[in-house]
Design a protein around this ligand. Structure first.
Ligand SMILES: [Zn+2]
Length: 103
């Protein structure tokens, strides 16, 4: 995506929410140490109060009444992104922490 933004976001930031306190909640992906690195989780981090919410891209489903060996691991990065975005949005609406002074 090549979206024009009024201010420069740190590298890797895919979403940013302004809190009522004037800080920001940044949405990023966490990457594995593989080469090339692969995103494995969506992470929302508040720069005001340091609250974070991490959602893994992989979800394990267990069949009802089934055996653990029947568990299926699904890769759902979009679901993780959307949960992290919802958290970021909700947190931004109630966080009154001021942004940390930049050194
Ligand atoms: Zn906060």
């Amino acid at each position: 995506m090549t979206t024009q933004t009024p201010t420069t976001w740190p590298e890797g930031v895919i979403g940013r929410y302004l809190t009522v306190g004037g800080a920001t909640v940044d949405l990023t992906h966490r990457f594995t140490v593989l080469n090339p690195p692969e995103p494995y989780a969506s992470l929302a981090t508040c720069n005001g109060c340091s609250a974070t919410e991490e959602r893994n891209h992989y979800r394990t489903y267990y069949p009802s009444g089934g055996y653990l060996s029947d568990a299926v691991e699904e890769h759902e990065p979009d679901v993780a992104d959307s949960v992290a975005r919802d958290w970021a949005q909700a947190h931004a609406e109630r966080c009154r922490a001021l942004p940390k002074p930049t050194a």
